[in-house]
Structure formats: C-alpha cells, structure tokens
Design a protein around this ligand. Sequence first.
Ligand SMILES: [Zn+2]
Length: 905
Amino acid sequence: MQKNELPKAYDFNTTEQRLYTWWEKSGFFSPSNDPGKPDFDPTKKPFVISIPPPNITGGLHLGHAMFVSLEDLMIRYHRMLGEPALWVPGSDHAGIATQLQIEKALAGEGKTREDIGREAFIERTWAWREKYGGIITEQIRRLGASCDWSRERFTLDEGLSRAVREAFVTLYEKGLIYRGPRLINWSPNLKTAVSDLEVEYSEEPGNLYYFKYRLADDPSKYLPVATTRPETILGDTAVAVHPDDDRYKNFIGREVLVPILDRKITVIGDQYVDREFGGGALKVTPAHDPHDYEIAERHNLPLISILNRDATINENGGKYQGLDRFECRRQLWADMEAANLVLKVEDYTLNVPRSQRGGEIIEPMISEQWFVKIEPLAKPALEAVNDGRIEIIPEHFKKVYYNWMENIRDWCISRQLWWGHRIPVWYCGDCNKMTVAKEDPSACQHCGSTNIRQDEDVLDTWFSSGLWPFSTLGWPDETPDLKYFYPTSVMETGYDILFFWVARMVMSGLEFMGEAPFHTIYLHGLIRDAHGQKMSKTKGNVIDPLTVMDEYGTDALRFTLLVGSTPGKDMNLSVKKVEANRNFANKVWNAGRFTINAISQAPASAENPPEWTPADEYIHARMRAVIRDVNRLFETYQFGEAGRQIYDFFWSEFADWYIESAKIQLRRGGDQAYYTAWTLMRVLDKCLRLLHPFTPYVTEELWGRLRDASLAKGEGYTAEDGWGEALIIAAWPLSKEIEDWESAAVSDFSDITIEHTKALRTLKTDLGIPVRKKVNAHIITGKKLNQKFIQQTEYIRSLASIDNLGLSEKITGQDALKGHPSASIPATGSVAYLITSEDISNEEVLDKINAELKNTEGQIKRLEKLLASDFAIKAPPPVVKKEQEKLESFRAARDKLKKQLESVE
Ligand SMILES: [Zn+2]
C-alpha cells in the first residue's frame, strides 16, 4: 500500500477503541478553560451538561444510547465552537433496583436481607457495585461519550452524601421537611412506599359488589352501597351520601352498622358522592383510598388501617386478622352472604394500580413517612419557566410542566430500604425527641442521652439525584468548579422523567443555589420499533445497542438515532436504518479515499490565479449554504434536521455530482487539477467538521488522514481554519454572509449539467439501455448558445456516458433527430435527444416498447377489473386507494409509451 493511501473499507472495529483512548489520554474531554489549571480565565463562558446518571444496575439500552448521542453531539459542537465544554459523568445508586439485585442473589442462597443484617447487606451491595457498577459507564464510553471522566461522580460517594445531609437538614430547619401519617402507595412485595409516578394503572375485568349498610337503630332499613374491594369494608369509618339526594338525605347524621364487625359509623353528606354510581351511597375508607382520605379530612373522620406491611389483615380486621387481602375479600363476602347483607355482584372494569417495578397491586395505606413540603419549592420552579429563565424544548411541554407543578402534592421521601442515603434523624429513647444533624450525633441534642437510634429508612433516590447539577460540582463546598460551572447549560433527557427528575433539580437548584440549574431543558422522545410499537422483552422486539454497534459500528447507530430524532417526539427504529447509515459511513470513507488520492497526485500549488469551473463554483456555493443552514438548525436545537441536510449534501451533491465532475477536471492536469484537489480538500474538511458531532469516529479517522495528506503537500493545501491536532478540537465551520455569486453558481451547474445528465440517464433507462453504455446524444438549447453551456457539455458527456454530444441553438437538421427519443428540460427550456440508431435499430426499440405496452395494458385491465369488483367495497379504504393509484400510474405509463411509439415511427 502506498503511503497516504487509505484502506479500501472503513474498519470501525480497529478504529473506535484506539481513537477513544487517544482522545481521553490527550485530555480533549476536559474543558479547555479549567479553574484547577494555570491560565484560567473566569470570564470565559463555559458550556456544561450533567449526564442523567444511569443506574449502576443497568445494562446499556437504546434510551442510554439516545441521550448519550444527543448530549455528546451538543458537547462536541460547543467544544468545536471554542467554548470550555464540560460534560460531568456519573451514576446513580438506584435504591430499589440495586437492592432487589442483592436480595435476588441472597434468595439464591436461601437467605433474606434480615438474615444477614443491615451492615453485612450494605457491605455486600458495595462489593457488588465495585464489581458491576462500572459496566454501564464502560458501555457509555463505547458510544463515544466525551465526558470528563476525571470528574466522575456516584450518588452515594462521600461528597454527594454530604450534599444530601446538607439538603435534608437545611430543609428540615426551614420547616420544609416533616414526618407524619399519610396515605401512600404501598408495595406489599417490596415492603416500601412507592411514588405516585411509579404506579401504573391498568384496566382489568373485576366485580362491583353491592351490599347493605343497615341502620343501627332500625336494621330493617339500609343504604345500598357498592365497592370493588369488599375487604376494605373492615376499615370503613363513614358512609357518605350526596346532600341533595332526596332518597337518602334523611339518613345524614344517623348511625349504620359495619357488616360482620357491627361497628357503628355515621352517615355524612358530601358533594363528592356520585349519585349515579352503585346505589348512590359511598362507603368511606380513609386509610385505604385517596378520595376517601380527602373526605375524611373534610369531615374529621378517624382513620382505621386494616392492613399489615405485607398486605395481610391486621388486628382491626376482627376474625379476619392474619388473612391475605384477597382471601379476606372472599371469606368476608361469603359471611355477608350468609348474613343476608349481600345485594348483588356485577361485572365491572377496574382501574387497577400496579407497581411499575414488579407489577403487583399497590395498596393505598396510611403510614408514618417523611415528606417534603412542596408548595414553597414548586412556586419558584414554576416562575423560572414562566419568566423564561428556563426554556423547555419542545415548547408544548411547558404546559405539562405548569399543570404538574400547580397540582403537585407533598413529596414522600422515605423508603423502607437499606441501600441508599439513610435519613439523618435520630430518635431519643429517653426524652423521645428527634435530633436532625449533618454529622452523626453521639448523644441526644435535647437531653444529652446516648440512648439514641437512627431512623431505619433511606431517602428516595430522586432526593439525591435532584441535587445532581451542583452536588457533582462540589456543593455544599464553595469549590472553584461550582463557582465556574454552575449553573450548567442544558439538561437533556427523555420526556418520561421530566417530573421524576428534572422538576426536582429545578426546585432544589433554586432553593439551594438561588439560581436555576440550567437555562434549557431539551426533551427527547422514546424509541419504538420499526412499526411504532413499544419495545419490550415480552414482545421480543427489543434492539440491543451493543449488538448493533458490534455489527454496524457506533457511528451508524449514533447517526440513526440523531437523524431520526425530533425533540419530544417518539421515533421508530429499525436495524435496516442503521445498516443504511453504515453505508453512509462507507460513502464518507470512499469520498475521503478519492480526495486524499487526488491531493497526492495533483500539483502542490498553482501557477496562476484560479479559474473556477462551474462545478467548483457550484460546490463552494452549496457548501456555504449548507453551513448556514446547519448553524441555524444547531442554534435552534434541530439536530436531526441538520444531520439530514449534511447527509443529503454529502451524498447527493458532493459525492454524486462534484466528485464525478472532479474526475474530469483532475484529468486535465495543471492548475485545474490543483484547484480541483484543493476544492475537494476544502469541502471534505468542512463536511467532516459538520459531521463530527454525529459520527465522531469515522470523521476523526478520516480527517487525520486528510490533514496528513494535505500537510505532506505543503502550504498549497491549508484548511481554512488551519490543521490542528485533532478534529475533536478543530474549529466549527461558521456561517458566512450570503454573496451575490452564490445563487447563479448553483443554478448554472444544476440547470445545465445536473438536469441534462438526469434527463439523458432517464431516457436510457426508459429504453433499457445500460446507464454506462455509451451512445450519442444531441441537445437543442432553444436559445442562444452561451459559454456556460458549451463549458459544461463535457460534464454532461462524461456523467451521462455519451459518446458524441451535439449541441445547437435551434432545431436545425430536424430530420436527423426525428424519431429519436427526447426529453425537455424545463429549467433551461432545452430538449435532449438520445441518438439511438447506431446502437439499436428502430425495430428493436419498437419491439421493446410494444412488449412493455402490452404488459402495461394487461396490468390496467387487471386493476380495472379488480376495482369494479367487491374488493372496492370490502377492502379497507387505504388498500383500495393504493390500487387506484397503481392504476393511474399504469395509465400514465401507457400514454408515455404510446407517445414514444409515435416518435420512433
Ligand atoms: Zn433526649
């Protein structure tokens, strides 16, 4: 292989790992302006992203691939703009998810977490984290993520744990954290509270049970009540009727008997009651239903909890104590039937709350939990978006954000787990008071007793990840990093965690830092399969990004995700698309091979000032336009559209038209060969820079080769912004004002060379002549022949594979052209003829056209018959429409063939 010559195909396998290691070792992932280094300039504005910390339990999925691709694109773009760019990486301890992993392993040994105790359990979890917690970050590296790994953080590391303590104690001292009984979503399997957001409702068939609530002083009279969960009858503390309901309003204030238990409760009047539902009277179980809980608050009703933590019946359930909730339902109902308290049972569609993790039925339960008072935090967070300090992209998510923030309930932050930040509250065994402290206390703050014990619960994972943008920079310490890099710039994540995470970061950033944590929230959509279906293991339609990268390379996967994405919208992904983009990477590589080869063979410099050809001017003008478009699109976060434009330009304009034209120009040698090689170099250089944030590997590899080949030829091949050390830190191509010559340069080449070449190629295809087979042609320009046209005939000749290309203004020698297939070119008003007689006899052409005509007419008959049949009525309209369209296109083809027939005859 010659020096400078590229391998025939791009080999991503040997390239990716090598480049990533080199980038990282060279320090390119660290911000160019760093408060920890000499020559730091605090006035330079940095661009900062905090990574959405992946769970340490997670294996790489497409959701990760999506956010890594988008964030890396933004970081690389800003780095190339010359801004100090910092992307802070890290991972999340993921309370429930990680604990479940360890419990599963323990179960395999026939043990529970209680068997080994809290300390040993946590030790074991740390060991697991040491062993497996790095897998996900390794996989993120593979995607090309240019994070500053020297600043990597973990939500449970020492600094972040200190931040959590600081936040908890500060909020507690401000009166924004309190402990109290609350109706929470209880997961009986996990034995922990789960947030509203972790509960999914599913429609399932069930029953509606009708029964009697008898009057205590006159058991012959009763209120008909309906419920979907009969076991909760045991916890009823009132029966409510609508105050305007004539049937029942006389019952208000009287006492009724709880079935079987015969406990007396009161009938109340409440507007909430739906008179149409069930019998029109409502049983009120405040300890096990959120709506009933609200009614109880209005009427000051007692709360009676009937469930243990494992969802068995507790001591309040009388003789049903100890039964599982569903067994209790069965037995209680049977007993009520026997006691003649049952009216009927109907089929009914239930909206069942199920755990997002695990899937079991969630029970609303009263429990002592820790809460954050959310209203004082939500208000400033609402304002920050309202007054534009924070932008949300796409904008329509603002409405969703407002709506959620306005209706937000206090945040239950305690979880009954062991893996996480343990709540920094100690209870005194002597005076019963609480000590809440940043440092572990050795004695009670109030009475000095050493008889204290720490709260058993840990904090919700989102409590620590809510502090992420500033805790990762050193908060609560006033570190140089925190001072310089906070607030960060863009928070990029899936719209599905806008509330779980993003809203909490906004609230805590405003509360603890006094400043919004970022100025822009960019939300990407979810990835679905090729048919728009959600990917799931049970459906078997999950695409594994690691397999895809193995097969097609990282660049192909990244480009597919980035170009397919529109902010906030779900995208459909198929491996076919990735494969097509692998072909694009190869196309880029081949264009690079051609260019580098051209540079090495062309003169090192020119003897005279340039005389640009129409092809040169065209590609320069188009390149300038594409740079303007891409910059505009990047500035407005339309990265997908920007990628599509670069792709189209590279493939259809640079590779298909300019490189093909360059072959002619290079053959001419001398100055023209030099200026052509120079143009190839300039355009390829710009394209690689624009493509770098999308496809970092192939562009870096090729750019390095292009630079070396150019440097080897000396000053005659200088990149406009210079040849630097690496593409990753090379300058981003900036827009230049549009100049007068550009539009004419584009239309001259495109109207003459491109349009005429296309027309002649189409004529060949229509006649079944291979595109590369050389034939003669003639163009009638219809108006005065200009220099531009004459200049470009050689391109047309070469690109359309034409032997002799005649050119005349008017239709002179009409007889000679008569009978030859022709096409008119509207852009110039000219007509192109394909001179077929030398190659194909008229008879051959006629035979061919006739055969095709026969086939086409056959198709028309078939479709006409089909559309006149039952099919047109019975088939779905889109299918019928498709057949009609087919018929139309066959009819158009028939007309065209008939015309061709006339022209040959
Ligand atoms: Zn005490």
